[in-house]
Design a protein around this ligand. Sequence first.
Ligand code: HEC
Length: 278
Amino acid sequence: MASSSSRPGMPGAGLVRPAALYAATFAAMLAMSWSPSAADESKAAEGARLYQQNCASCHGATGKGDGPVAERLKTAPQSLATLARRHAGTFPTEYVYRIIDGREERRVHGGRNMPVWGTYYGLRAQGQGRDAPDTETAIRERILALIEHLETIQVGYTAGAGEAEATARLLERHLKAFDARDVDAVMAAYADDSVLVIPTGVLQGREQIGDYYEALFAEFGKPGTVFKLLERTVVGNVAHIVWSGETPDNFYEYTAETFAVEDGKIHHQITAFRTVAR
Ligand code: HEC
């Protein structure tokens, strides 16, 4: 069935059975699903409620695609618990937003088997009173709450690749900054309460860590310096590198550094190396 419907705001659904069944389901959803004030509800709780009211009938209570209405649909609804897994380990926020909203999706791709929730939430938001958010804001809030809920039901996915990607990017920036012997760029990756453990002690805070890099770059900035990255590993928020090198002053036979990243900064760094003076 095409998604278009003669009544605006009645999203089409791919039911094989008579449209009446769908209309009844939808009417029941309309009757139940609106609570005018969501202000005292956390976003995740709102998302969970909206999910049970608007999505579970098809996608199943736990998102596995096994809702009671699912078997009457021409196209089986996918499991929403594997969205991240099916998108290379990263929850596909933009894609999911577009699919739930559905207005743009329908314009570009034509028919679809899922209700157009952007239209539905828009209609529900109208006539909510003067101090209610405008329609587009209301729609966005609901979709984002749903997305927040969907992220919590992902299986085989723990903070995962999204986090690892961010860690890998931070490490890459750090290595580039090190390569350029640029103390300011290096220090951009540290927070005020960062801790750097080196063989001779514990450095705490940006000032001490900054002084350490100044000294390090004074040595590694000398002509004839060699730096060789031997290993680079990223797991979640932890990065590990191994390198060797030499400066006119020292041989660095084997240096292992472990970085724990928090809120986009290197929060802990443990560096182990052995130098041999030339
Ligand atoms: C009437 C049944 C039905 C309801 C209710 C429904 N969906 Fe769907 N949904 C589908 C079907 C069927 C598909 C498969 C795509 C298609 O055929 O359009 C789908 C696809 C999706 C997709 C894409 C999945 C993927 O793996 O690409 C997402 C995300 C989604 N739905 C989210 C939701 C959310 C969130 C709600 C509640 C606001 C919801 N759906 C309510 C039937 C439904």
